[in-house]
Design a binder for this molecule. Structure first.
Ligand SMILES: Cc1ncc(COP(=O)(O)O)c(C=O)c1O
Length: 349
């Protein structure tokens, strides 16, 4: 493998001049800031939000880097992982020319972002038991393949891929392998972050939206080489993470024990739900899960979906997704919410 980030980068970005503000150029102490057309008095809300946030989210990055055991220069923060996905496309894929490989069924935003950026998609379906078709993925790589997306644990299937399969894809590819670990906090495996030194071509994504319970603030993280982090930083919108989001994220990250506790309860509830699903005669298959959701194959998914919706229980109908025909995906709720779900599922004929 000979990975050269400059070869992957879109040519017009090689000498790209990132947006720069007077605030980031100023390195002195407290000053009178008359550079950004802000309101000097304060905020109509009563909170102190009249100033633009730190565009580099320095404090937050230091905290995240500490937690993950890497350098803060290897941390990129996006307005959710969804922004990270979009920025990766913008950085590395030339519209109409380049392609990415995705392995459906998987998280839908890889495809949506590819379409939005007018980038070709090569699909290599998972196997029937939702594992990677490693050889086919590697065979699909061509001179214009810039990225391969691997979601581990995978959404909507919930399973983990074999480590050696991911490893052979990563080591056979001169482009970027995006390893999306949005659900890793619910699993018992270690993150690919530990492999960043060995594999300069991986970008590991995580998010505060799942186990940390912070979906409302939109904070997603990408861990990669300093070169890749620099590229993403240079092309992002200047203030992509709001002051409120940065403050709330810092506060949440101080409470890792709370996250661990919530994730544990969610996974206990996950097992409890499965033990009841096993008794339902219209449930044909319960797929093994390492995430906070369960994929179920049922007799008539559209009917079950409608029935649950009519009782104000909203699940995800995955019936039209390749390899998920007949399936619904159910997120694990609180014990009370799960009780309500089970009540209706037990009553369903
Ligand atoms: C696999 C996966 N990645 C990323 C995301 C989005 O994360 P964020 O909320 O950080 O944009 C989701 C959301 O459902 C997801 O399932």
């Amino acid at each position: 493998m000979s990975f050269d980030i400059q070869k992957i980068l879109r040519p017009h970005l090689r000498n790209f001049k990132a947006y720069s503000s007077a605030r980031t150029e100023y390195t002195g102490k407290d000053a009178i800031f008359l550079d950004a057309n802000e309101n000097p008095f304060g905020s109509a809300s009563g909170e102190l939000l009249n100033r633009y946030p730190d565009p580099l989210q320095s404090q937050l990055k230091v905290k995240i880097a500490q937690l993950k055991g890497i350098a803060s220069e290897q941390v990129f923060i996006g307005n959710g992982s969804d922004e990270v996905i979009d920025l990766l496309f913008r950085a590395f894929c030339n519209p109409e020319i380049d392609n990415v490989i995705i392995c459906p069924p998987t998280y839908g935003m890889y495809e949506t972002s590819a379409h939005l950026n007018n980038v070709h998609i090569k699909e290599v379906l998972l196997t029937r038991d939702f594992q990677l078709q490693t050889e086919q993925v590697i065979a699909a790589i061509d001179d214009h393949t810039k990225m391969i997306f691997i979601c581990n644990p995978n959404n909507p299937t919930g399973n983990l891929f074999h480590d050696e399969d991911i490893r052979s894809i990563v080591s056979s590819f001169n482009g970027i392998v995006v390893i999306d670990e949005a659900y890793i906090d619910f699993s018992n495996v270690s993150s690919w972050i530990s492999q960043l030194k060995k594999y300069p071509n991986i970008v590991v994504m995580q998010t505060l939206s799942k186990a940390w319970g912070m979906a409302g603030i939109r904070v997603g993280m990408a861990f990669s080489s300093q070169e890749i982090t620099k590229i993403l930083t240079s092309i992002k919108p200047p203030y992509n993470v709001s002051a409120l989001a940065q403050q709330a994220a810092l506060k949440a990250l101080e409470n890792e024990a709370v996250k661990l506790e919530m994730a544990e309860v969610i996974m206990q509830e996950n097992s409890r739900l499965i033990s009841v699903f096993e008794k339902l005669n219209y449930v044909q298959k319960i797929y093994p899960t390492h995430a906070n959701f369960i994929l179920l194959k049922v007799d008539d998914p559209n009917r079950l979906y409608q029935y649950l919706t009519s009782h104000q229980v909203v699940v995800r109908n995955r019936n039209t997704t390749a390899l998920c025909e007949g399936c619904v995906r159910i997120s694990v709720g609180t014990p009370d919410e799960n009780e309500e779900l089970l009540k209706w599922m037990l009553a369903y004929q």
